[in-house]
Design a protein around this ligand. Structure first.
Ligand code: GDG
Length: 511
């Protein structure tokens, strides 16, 4: 029985995550996690004292689980001046008396700007979400190459240097867990720097989609070659879906002539080293979400939303302001729905909760303008004195988001491309109306949730409009049956499972 199976078998006996980790920890401890953003940030309060603030989000929650019993170090970039000043230290991330060693790196601002604002976010994020308008973008000029050489490679080297340094001390980690598209080059640099006896097992988890080789072909050969070469220095490479994992193998088959790939074993043999490619779909902390949903602050927002929506049906979306989330087409689909089914005029409200994101980047600013304009036009065309068809609320407010998730009749997730999409997993767990999920076929969540959701093609606003109608007119029996199925699927494979699967894969491979 694998540790994951043992964990699942005992799930009803309230076995904690630490039990799932108990076997691995002996071999892998201490563990080192590396990510662009860390699990905490430091701020000065009004009294001038330094305060620690725990980072939100699934990544922090998931990886924090590992720190229950295993000694862990977490390396990331400083996010505030206080982070840079503090530099490193031990911090309790969970209330169990075990501290995590946090280390902040402070790349020079020029390097960080190139790494984050030129390469990672515009270039790699857009590439991996298939968002380039290829007749016009991307334009790779001297500035981009400088950002690659002096930014992306430099910051990745900085991470690798610090990790390598730790590997040559008596604190050598058994496992280094690299996270996401910011750190693609770290694995190769680490292998170059460390002798075989000093090398830890290296895993890398890619949170965003991995497109096929055709799309990667647009990136200049030097850049793409370096990325694939480095990812083939990883021992266990994780993706959100099986399709992403297959795409990675196909990409290496196309662009790494010396790589020998096996689709049967999901493995790439390259430079005398095997990279095992797997899918580990990320999920949510089900219990923490359920607990939050019961809090009074959430109840207050439920009242507020109830006052806003009244007896109308509620269509909901919750997203970062992000072009890949396809918010404009969501509004166009809603308009199409009102055109096709005018009997719903004044009977339905579309609530759109948006979290500001990267608004200093032109594409994001323009996208916000575009979505506001589209919603404005629809409201002007259909709205009445008493009815605002689309209500947009912008701001960071997680309790309000959870309150809205409890109340939707239709949850719309129509991303152009999405690694997973955690909102699609959070909704069904807390929703109290047996609301339906409309889910893009290009969101990673589709792999697990397909059987309980209405699957749509994200550019097809007509099909999306029809899906809204079908969801609103579905029999209550069918709605209940689908909601229960979704809840079961999500609760069965929650965030602990994501971590356990990775550790199981590592221990089963006997690396
Ligand atoms: C990336 C990948 C992948 C919502 N409002 C607020 C708030 N939220 C929460 C949501 C959800 C999370 O933020 C967003 O997660 P998503 O998965 O939907 O999207 P990304 O931010 O793009 O995440 C994605 C994920 O990484 C994990 O691997 O699933 O594909 O793109 O939990 O409920 N959080 C806060 N305030 C809000 O107002 N703090």
């Amino acid at each position: 029985m694998t540790t994951r199976e043992a964990y699942l078998a005992n799930a009803n006996q309230e076995v904690s995550m630490s039990d799932c980790l108990s076997e691995e920890k002996k071999v892998l401890s201490p563990i080192l996690i590396a990510s662009n953003r860390g699990p905490i940030t430091l701020h000065k309060n009004i009294a001038g004292e330094i305060e620690f603030q725990r980072g939100a989000g699934g990544l922090v929650t998931a990886l924090t689980g590992i720190t229950h019993q295993v000694e862990a170090t977490w390396v990331s970039c400083a996010n505030t001046p206080e982070d840079s000043h503090w530099r490193e230290g031990k911090v309790p991330l969970v209330d169990n008396g075990v501290d995590v060693h946090i280390k902040f790196l402070s790349p020079n601002p020029h390097a960080y700007d190139g790494y984050y604002n030129s390469i990672a976010n515009p270039l790699l994020w857009f590439l991996q979400h298939s968002m380039w308008d290829v007749p016009h973008d991307p334009i790779i000029n001297k500035e981009t190459w400088n950002a690659w050489d002096e930014g992306y490679l430099e910051v990745n080297r900085l991470f690798a240097n610090h990790i390598a340094e730790i590997c040559t001390t008596d604190k050598k980690p058994g496992l280094v867990m690299l996270q996401d598209y910011h750190l693609y080059m770290v694995a190769r640099y680490l292998r170059q720097q460390l002798r075989p006896s000093q090398r830890p097992i290296i895993s890398h988890f890619v949170h965003i989609p991995w497109p096929g080789p055709e799309y990667w072909g647009i990136l200049p050969p030097t850049m793409r070659q370096a990325i694939f070469d480095s990812l083939c220095a990883v021992d266990v490479l994780g993706f959100q879906t099986h399709n992403d994992a297959l795409n990675f193998i196909r990409t290496c088959q196309t662009y790494l002539p010396r790589a020998s790939v096996s689709f049967k074993y999901d493995r790439i043999w390259y430079r005398n080293h095997a990279t095992h490619v797997r899918d580990f779909p990320i999920s949510i902390d089900v219990q923490a979400l359920k607990d939050l949903a019961q809090k009074p602050e959430v109840a207050d927002y439920e009242t507020e939303i109830k006052n806003m929506v009244g007896d109308r049906k509620l269509i909901l979306r919750i997203d970062r302001i992000e072009p890949s989330k396809n918010i404009v087409r969501g509004f166009q689909a809603f308009k199409e729905f009102l055109d096709l089914y005018p009997e719903y005029i004044e009977k339905v409200s579309f609530l759109c909760l948006l979290v500001p994101s990267r608004l200093d980047v032109d594409e994001y600013k323009n996208y916000l303008d575009a979505l506001m304009a589209t919603a404005g036009q629809i409201n002007a065309r259909y709205g009445t004195y008493e009815w605002e068809p689309i209500r947009i609320l912008i701001g960071e407010n997680y309790p309000r988001a959870v309150a809205a998730l409890k109340m939707y009749d239709v949850l719309l997730v129509n991303a152009i491309a999405d690694g997973m999409n955690l909102v699609a997993k959070e909704g069904p767990v807390v929703n109290q109306r047996n609301g339906g999920l409309i889910l893009s076929e290009r969101a990673g969540a589709r792999q697990q949730l397909e059987s309980g959701a209405q699957i749509i093609s994200p550019c097809d606003i007509y099909a999306t409009a029809e899906a809204i109608h079908q969801t609103l007119t579905m029999s209550s029996e069918k709605r209940r049956e689908r909601s229960e199925r979704l809840r079961h699927l999500i609760e069965r494979d929650d965030i602990n499972d994501w971590l356990c699967r990775q550790l199981d894969a590592i221990s089963e491979l006997n690396l």
